[in-house]
Every structure is written in C-alpha cells, then in structure tokens.
Design a protein around this ligand. Structure first.
Ligand SMILES: CC(C)(COP(=O)(O)OP(=O)(O)OC[C@H]1O[C@@H](n2cnc3c(N)ncnc32)[C@H](O)[C@@H]1OP(=O)(O)O)[C@@H](O)C(=O)NCCC(=O)NCCS
Length: 300
C-alpha cells in the first residue's frame, strides 16, 4: 500500500533500524524532504505485517527528469522479502509511475541484495533484466589532474542544445551505455535529473578538436553531501581510441572538483570493456556489481 501520515511512524522506525539511525533523526529528514517537495508519500510503497502494526518492506519511486524514474531497491525486515510481497510493491509502483506519465522505469539491485525471490518478483511485475553494471566510488582527492589537453571545452550555455543533442546521439552509437536522444531535450533533463537552467552551466560541456564537436560530459554534484558523478561521457565514433576518452574523463573530474564534489561515484555496463579499462586506469575503486532491470512498456 501507499505510505500515508498514519503509517509514517512505523516507516520511520523501519528506516531507522535498517540504517542504524535514531528514529528522531530519520523523522526530521523525512519531514524536511516532504516540506521541500523532494518526497511525496504517494511515491513510497509499504508492506504491513498481518497485525497491521509493523512495516515489513519498503520501496519508493525516485523521479528523474521529465519522464524517467527509478525504483529504489526493496528493503525490509528479515523474512519480509517474499516473492509475493516484493512483486505486489513493484506492481503498485508501476501503476503510480503510469499515473505520473513516466515512460521509462528502471531499478538497480546490488548482487549482495539479490535473491531468487527478488528476481522472480521483478519478472512477475513485468520487469526484464537488461544489463549488469560495475560501480566505482573514489575520493576526488585521489583522482588525477587534467594535464595538457588537445580538447577545447564549451558549456551548453555557449554551444546551444542542438550541438549537445547531436554529440550525445553520436557518442551513444555502439555502446551499451548509450542514451536515447529521440525525445530531444527530455534526454538531457533525464541525465541531469533536473533543468539545465537551474544548474551551473558546467554541468553539460562539449569538447572540440580542431573546431569539431567530438566529446561530451554531464557533470553532477550534490553540494550538500559532496557526492558527485559523471552522468554520461562519450566521444563521437571517429575520435575514439586516441586517448581523448582519458582527457575527457580528467576534464570531468576537474569539473566535479570545481563544482564542490568530494566523493566520485560512477559506473558502467559490465560489457563496456573500454570504459571499465578507463576507470581502472584512472584509479577508480570498484565498490559494487549490480543488475539493472527495466519495466517492459505496457501494451496499448
Ligand atoms: C568510452 C570512451 C569514452 C573511451 O574513449 P577513447 O578515446 O576510446 O579512450 P582512450 O583512447 O582515451 O582510452 C581507452 C583505453 O581503453 C583501452 N581499450 C580500448 N578498447 C578496449 C577494450 N575493448 N577492452 C579493454 N580496453 C580497451 C585502450 O587501449 C585505452 O587504454 P590505454 O590508455 O591503457 O592504452 C569511448 O570509447 C566512447 O565514447 N564510447 C561510447 C560512449 C560510452 O560508452 N561512454 C561511457 C558511458 S558510462
């Protein structure tokens, strides 16, 4: 069922016990998120025990950009993660996503949290395993610095959106991590998880080589926590394999630092050997492996 104000204390108790936090601290955070509009209780789904007093499992929709959303991993009490319980929550979340006009709904589950029941439940709820990912988490202080570079960088504020969409489309060719640019600016908003106009212009940058737009970077920083990521980077096919990927990554790292980033969190498909090689060469520290699942579009 959807979370509501009556169930909020039980929800807070479960989150506090899962995260080893004081319930009062969780309550203050959740109330703050509701006030700021960052959390809508209608996006959170909970399973109750038969007595209706305890919440045994939770998951929520995290909206990303215009028409994409992510389902958080199921979390709950020992024994609460049955196939039926998880499938019911995921189905409720899917229905809510449809209500919100979300076209792309995905979820990522750490290998360490995946069970047979979880995997069966996702299939029952119409999700399909689409990818496996490697994630890296590294302090930016441990990462290298941008040296001599043959790329000249401009922000999207200077290039305009058309150039960005064109380089994004080309950089998405031949990679499992490509972005669907057919919906135009929604692709940019989904990657940024917000509107470019509200961000530092360096969030989206284009790298030029000999006057040609060849490289792209999406740099995101949460200044509150210091969390940072390169939401997408890539090169047009004609300019790959000559060291420009390494230069692009280092420019991204320098940008994350300049925007106030502290911890660099990033990832790629397990099958993207070039990007994995690049991360490892740059000293990124592997933190997790996970499965990525997508909701199949509903039949019209
Ligand atoms: C990933 C990408 C940015 C790398 O850029 P690039 O210019 O091709 O990379 P570079 O030439 O700087 O370096 C690539 C490194 O990977 C190595 N490499 C290339 N192909 C490889 C493969 N199949 N397996 C392992 N390593 C590989 C190269 O030898 C080089 O290593 P080295 O510097 O130790 O010799 C580029 O290929 C690209 O744009 N791909 C499409 C977009 C994409 O997948 N982006 C990642 C989003 S997460």
């Amino acid at each position: 069922m959807r979370l509501n104000n009556t169930l909020l204390p039980a929800y807070v108790n479960l989150v506090a016990s899962l995260q080893n936090e004081e319930p009062s601290a969780v309550l203050a955070r959740v109330e703050g998120q509701i006030r700021d509009g960052a959390l809508d209780l209608a996006d959170v789904f909970v399973t109750l025990d038969p007595m209706g007093a305890l919440i045994t499992g939770i998951l929520r929709i995290a909206r990303m950009g215009k028409d994409a959303a992510h389902l958080t991993q199921w979390r709950g009490r020992e024994g609460g993660g049955t196939r039926r319980a998880i499938a019911d929550l995921v189905l409720e979340a899917r229905a809510r996503a449809e209500e919100l006009g979300i076209r792309e709904l995905s979820t990522r589950v750490y290998d360490s949290r995946m069970t047979e029941a979880y995997s069966d439940a996702l299939q029952d709820a119409g999700f399909a395993l689409t990818n496996r990912r490697v994630e890296y988490r590294t302090p930016l202080s441990q990462m290298g610095h941008e040296g001599a570079t043959s790329l000249a960088w401009k922000t999207m504020a200077d290039t305009g959106e058309g150039v960005v969409l064109d380089v994004l489309r080309q950089a998405s060719i031949g990679t499992p991590d490509g972005v669907d640019t057919s919906r135009g600016s929604a692709a940019i908003e989904n990657l940024l998880d917000g509107s470019y106009a509200d961000m530092d212009p360096r969030a989206v940058q284009i790298g030029y080589s000999g006057g040609q737009a060849v490289a792209i970077l999406f740099c995101l920083v949460d200044t509150g926590t210091g969390w940072s990521t390169i939401a997408f980077m890539g090169l047009v096919p004609s300019h790959r394999g000559r060291g420009l990927g390494t230069q692009t990554h280092l420019h991204g790292i320098e940008t994350l630092r300049a925007l106030g980033g502290v911890t660099y969190h990033d990832g790629t498909s397990e099958s993207n050997d070039t990007m994995r090689h690049l991360f490892e060469k740059q000293g990124c520290v592997e933190s997790d492996r996970m499965e990525e699942w997508h909701a199949a579009p509903r039949q019209a």
